[in-house]
Design a protein around this ligand. Structure first.
Ligand code: DC
Length: 227
């Protein structure tokens, strides 16, 4: 795995990371890693095994025991806990409610960072999105993007996403969830959501998905030519 083969996209919930990452990956023929899905899968483990979301060592041990992985044959790749597909379960609001606590635990972050690097080593070209992919996990990536969007727009997008997935949610509940996760994600000591030095910042509030991806693809292709 060389620096040329990794593109990172970080940003807060609702900035459009996931949609943008999937489209960009398709356009440049890369795999697409949703690192947030891994943290969400660990939150499912906490629920299923009744582990305290703040008990990092216990959660990390459970991850090693059960295994968090992706089935790369599906598009987008499905998230697996052991042999079980939890792709839908990880999007439930009860999981969103505890995932930031889980993601705050250094033991959990260490285990997942290790797995993210292993995943990267098995892909010739990878777009990876999350909170710390460019700042901590892959600081050597060829391009590191940081996406931003206005709070209202983020709430609107997240609500639409959940409604489309058949979840019965009220925008106020979604707004509260985003606010709460922002606070925890930006203030944790290990791998906080920060804009890494040298990252390319894109505000997606008033741009279409297509426009954002177009810009990113151009930047990536230029960088890959030059590196
Ligand atoms: O992107 P998302 O909303 O699915 O992420 C779920 C949670 O996981 C979010 O609260 C932050 C956390 N996360 C993280 O701490 N580091 C990452 N690289 C990705 C997600």
């Amino acid at each position: 795995m060389t620096a040329r083969s990794i593109i990172t996209i970080d940003g807060a919930a609702g900035t459009g990371k996931s949609s943008v990452a999937q489209l960009l990956a398709k356009r440049i023929g890369a795999g697409c890693l949703d690192s947030g899905a891994m943290y969400r899968a660990v939150a499912v483990l906490a629920k299923d095994y009744e582990i305290d979301p703040k008990d990092g060592p216990m959660l990390a041990a459970k991850v090693n025991d059960v295994g968090v992985s992706f089935n790369w044959n599906n598009d987008p790749p499905t998230v697996m806990l052991g042999g079980v597909d939890v792709s839908e379960r990880i999007r439930e609001l009860d999981i969103s409610g505890i995932v930031s606590s889980v993601a705050k635990q250094p033991e959990v972050r260490a285990v997942l960072m290790n797995q993210q690097r292993i995943i990267a080593s098995t892909h010739p070209l990878l777009v990876t999105e999350g909170r710390d992919q460019g700042s901590v996990v892959f600081p050597e990536a060829v391009v590191r993007f940081f996406l931003e969007a206005d709070f209202e727009e983020r709430t609107k997008r997240r609500t639409k996403q959940l409604l489309e997935a058949g979840k019965d949610v009220h925008p106020d509940v979604v707004a509260e969830d985003i606010k709460n996760r922002d606070r925890i994600d930006t203030t944790r000591s290990d791998g906080p959501l920060i804009c890494a030095e040298g990252a390319v910042v894109i505000n997606t509030s008033s741009q279409s998905l297509e426009e954002v991806v177009e810009t990113m693809e151009r930047i990536v292709r230029d960088a890959m030519k030059g590196s």
